[in-house]
Ligand binder design. Structure first.
Ligand SMILES: [Mg+2]
Length: 276
């Protein structure tokens, strides 16, 4: 059962892994309390790493966005589903070179950056993310490749994304169309799967049981944190809390602002070398 906390004082925190949208900003507006808290943690020497299911932005895009909101971070402080997917393909399919990518330019770049070849010619892997230029032809190429034996990966399962005027279909919706056509389910990389959390943990170099996972959504952020064995904090600044789904793991703590997470100054914590 989650502890609804007005103040989370947890001296053994060595690092924080956090979602971005709904936690640090909503659309293009920064969440002031969060920016302030993160700035304080940075000054106190507490390492943090962001994990985002959004495959349409590069870490550099996120750095620029946060900089404009008043928080200076490094590209290595951001783990995206695009980069995690590309790294995953490299690690799990070492003999593969040809990948058919349906997604934003940032996803194509992530694939090329790890030495894979984005191509529609005899692909060995199909990787799908959110593509706002999705077409029947792109889906046809993906379906044909998967039916011919290509591995099928999806960046993230989000079906619906909030926009300024309402909602738009997310990556999960177009991935589901190809899964329906092929009757083959993709391997999903983003939250709630733990891959991105593992990548972030490796970058932080912090102990699993001393790292907090912070997010605004139970089905993605909290599930991913739990699956990776982290303590989880739900912050209620993003997606409104819905009826409790008993099938979902519940957060360990619920806060209404990141400022409620109190950390001790660096000198009182065990020092750890940060890895990037
Ligand atoms: Mg979120």
């Amino acid at each position: 059962m989650a502890e609804r906390s007005s103040h989370l004082n947890w001296p053994q925190i060595e690092g924080i892994i956090s979602d971005l949208d709904g936690v640090v900003y909503r659309g293009n507006s920064g969440i002031e309390d969060a920016i302030h808290a993160l700035g304080g943690w940075k000054a106190a020497g507490l390492p943090f790493c962001f994990v985002t299911n959004n495959s349409t932005h590069t870490p550099d895009d996120v750095v620029r966005k946060l900089d404009a909101l008043g928080l200076a971070i490094a590209p290595t402080d951001v783990v995206t589903s695009a980069i995690t997917a590309a790294t995953f393909i490299r690690a799990k399919h070492p003999d593969v070179s040809r990948v058919y990518v349906i997604g934003a330019p940032s996803l194509v770049k992530a694939v090329a950056d790890v030495g894979l070849e984005p191509t529609d010619q005899k692909p060995e892997v199909v990787l799908m993310g959110l593509d706002r230029q999705i077409s029947h032809e792109k889906m046809r190429i993906a379906v044909e490749a998967i039916l011919n034996g290509a591995a099928f990966l999806g960046t993230n399962p989000d079906l619906l994304l909030p926009t300024a005027s309402g909602f738009e279909p997310g990556a999960g919706a177009i991935i589901a169309a190809v899964a329906a056509a092929t009757q083959i389910n993709p391997l999903i990389i983003g939250k709630p799967e733990p891959h991105m959390i593992e990548t972030a943990l490796a970058r932080l170099g912090t102990a699993r049981n001393a790292t907090l996972m912070v997010g605004d959504q139970i089905p993605t952020d909290i599930q991913a944190g739990k699956r990776a064995g982290l303590s989880t904090v739900l912050v209620t600044t993003g997606v409104p809390l819905r009826e409790k789904d008993p099938s979902l793991l519940q957060p360990d703590f619920i806060v209404s602002s990141l400022s409620e997470i109190e950390v001790l100054p660096r000198r009182t914590r065990r020092h750890r070398q940060r890895r990037v």
